[in-house]
Design a protein. Sequence first.
Length: 510
Amino acid sequence: MLNVTKGERTLRKNQEDQGCDKLLIEDMGSEFRASNEEFISTGRASEENMIVYEGEPSQHYELLESGEDLGFEGAEVDNNDMSIEVTHVVNVEWEDGLNVNIRQEFESKQAVADLVEKGSVSYVELDEKQRFKYLFFALGACIKGFQAMRKVIIVDGTSLKTVYGGVLIVATAQDPDHHHYPIAFGVVDGEKDSSWTWFFNKLKSVVPDCPELVFCSDRNQSLIKSISEVYPLCHHGYCIYHLSQNVKLSCKNDNRDLVATKFMEWAKAYTEPEFEKLYDAFMKRYPAAGAYLDKNVGQSKWARCFFPGTRYNIDTINVVESINGVFLQARGYSLLLMIDAIVAKLNQWFNKYRKLSLETPRNRIMVPYVANEVHTRCLGAKLLPVTELNSYFLEYSVAGVNGSNYVVDLERKTCTCKHFDIDRYPCVHAIDALMETKKNPGNAIEMHDLCSKYYWMEQWSLAYCMTIYPVPHMSTWMIPEHIRDKIVFPKAYVKKRGRTQKKGSINWRT
Ligand SMILES: [Zn+2]
């Protein structure tokens, strides 16, 4: 077995090209990653050779013996004995080699994973020349767990950093304790109508369309169009942070950051009167921004109080952008390594929050985030005067700190401040009313009865009940014949013109 060691190594280009390159080799278990300032590639060492592709099969490198210094590009290479014979492989290998094409690997991985984790779903789409086009995968544990979770999916695409480019799509929920909960991933060639539509059609096979479902995203036009076509029953809201960044650009003579901040405050208004008050102030102070909004975006797409679906607290796509940050390094890996990295991270998150949810004392019924919020509100609620309006229907009037009176209906779980209705756990007025009910003997309402069940510990535990197992080593895979016979070519590679010099990186050729 070729000994692949970590560190800087010298690689020679193939027979037709006598140039040499130095690359940083990183040992990643069964695979390695080679990189310099121009490209990142991955491969596996086999019994006979090691091949690193620069992108096209004709531009691979061969590894020379450790310690042999052949200088930089242009140095003469004459010691063939020290090099390892390169097997010419044309269009039958993905960048990770071993004569196994990507679909074989993925489907066989899936077959193995399905043995231990039922319900995972994957799709691979090829173009007319049998080249890789799209990939979709969703783990059974996440699909199953999402059933116990608020039906809000945040979706976004982010660029991949390999020579093949493309976009990684992440569809994620936020668990009730405000942690990441990715449901599905996609790899596509760009944020286009066709790719988004393909992704949402596959997502629909694991998350069906229904009026309770809400999507939150930026305003990518292809994404908007695809959701409306594939998920006609769901509701779709826009990320108010992204919108604030568009809004502020429409103001030329104002403090743009302040415009964005004021817009976010306006968008988060819970009631229509509050919204109208902020609307008047905003339009008077920033007429250009107001005109931009009126012309380009309907209020029901961004204003919390007008949103027709149940969006809870989720009105930005910060969650998915945070996930993109977590996978920043993995987005530079080859496809299979990236999937492994994603699965490993999901396993880590599942284990962490499963443990947390099961170790929480049994007498705590609400998830920690909501329990803390309610606890804080209790302190304020004690100070507010409350009047019983109807003891049979559990209606109360509560005086707010701003002098207004709010009507709480505990039976229907509403309050005229609308926090109770939208957040789906009690506002300070509802808590005050609940305290009042305790004065009536025999009243059995408890705090957790006023919270959506999505905020209950048992639901939180259910979301993480399944184990995510790592994918076993490929040597243990039993690849069915019909999968082994399939051939998938790498997707077309367009070499970028010029060179981008990363700040702080070393240029080996100078
Ligand atoms: Zn209230």
